[in-house]
Design a protein around this ligand. Structure first.
Ligand code: SAM
Length: 289
């Protein structure tokens, strides 16, 4: 039998189950084995690895993971796909499908239950585009014991996540992701490898999870508050954004913190490195809290 991720087999599966795509669930299925092989290579999947997939669809990527990894655990929200997956993945005994919205799932507990202690675990997925950022931020913020996240997402979001200071794409999302992981766009993907074809361009993003944060931050939630408020209005200076957020009566303290952190108050948030934001938030917290 042909692999699932081929146009012929995919069409046959969709017809057999009279499956209608739900746009609201970001259902764009992969029909290109070459792209799938490149995704698995980028993730470094081998027979020792545990893989977590989000949104298996009809099993295109799941099947390739099942062939190469030790075990695959996949979260699928759409109940209609469960019988389909039961059928398409029946040749593989190392796949577990969990019927759940991944945003509501206790991924940490699932990992403890499903993977061996000390096993390298990677997240590999063709993400539903309407929830890309919440899913990635959940995986990062929960500090799950995963090594790498390799995901197909909108190219525009991949560019924002991997952006460097000073570039037009650099913002609070770049810093949030890069605080937890090293981020890189591995390759871009043409629309023709999906059915149905998405409206946006796609790219594969690799996040290599850091063992330690790249900077020392006294209070993580305050650090992220400073970052978000610094980007609230991109055309404003960092000084104006911070005074707008923390209050005009804190002007002096903000000026002192900026000076101590060697940040010119006239600069814009998009020019500050993660190290500068860390220093600034460590200074500000002492003066404002
Ligand atoms: N992995 C398949 C492939 O590459 O062909 C399908 C990818 S498709 C872009 C996204 C999948 O995620 C769909 O199967 C969709 O039903 C599922 N999905 C959407 N929202 C989800 C959520 N919150 N939790 C889990 N799965 C979700």
């Amino acid at each position: 039998m042909k692999d699932i991720a081929t146009p012929i087999r995919t069409r046959a599966i969709l017809e057999k189950y009279k499956f209608s795509f739900k746009k609201s669930l970001g259902q764009n299925f992969l029909i290109d084995l070459n792209i799938l092989a490149r995704i698995l290579d980028a993730a470094g999947v081998n027979e020792q690895v545990g893989a977590i997939e989000i949104g298996p669809g009809i099993g295109a990527l799941t099947e390739q993971l099942a062939k190469r990894a030790d075990k695959v655990v996949a979260f699928e929200i759409d109940q209609r796909l469960l019988p389909v997956l039961g059928d398409t993945l029946s040749p593989y005994d190392n796949v577990k499908i969990i019927h759940s919205d991944v945003l509501k799932a206790d991924v940490s507990q699932v990992m403890r239950e499903e993977f061996k202690e000390g096993q390298d675990v990677m997240v590999v997925a063709n993400l539903p585009y309407y929830v890309t950022t919440p899913i990635l931020m959940k995986l990062l913020e929960e500090k799950l014991p995963i090594k790498r996240i390799v995901v197909m997402i909108q190219k525009e979001v991949a560019d924002r996540i991997a952006a460097k200071p000073g570039s037009k794409d650099y913002g609070s999302l770049s810093i949030a992701a890069q605080y937890y992981a090293k981020a890189e766009t591995v390759f871009t993907v043409p629309k023709t490898v999906f059915v149905p074809q998405p409206n946006v361009e796609s790219a594969v993003l690799r996040l290599t999870i850091r063992e330690e944060p790249p900077v020392e931050v006294e209070d993580e939630s305050f650090f992220f508050e400073v970052i978000r408020s610094s980007f609230a209005q991109r055309r404003k200076t960092i000084f104006n954004n911070l005074t707008h957020h923390f209050g005009k009566d804190r002007k002096e303290q903000i000026e002192v913190a900026l000076t101590t952190a060697s940040v010119d108050p006239k600069r814009r948030g998009e020019t500050l490195s993660i190290e500068e934001f860390a220093q600034l938030s460590n200074e500000l917290i002492g003066l404002l809290k």
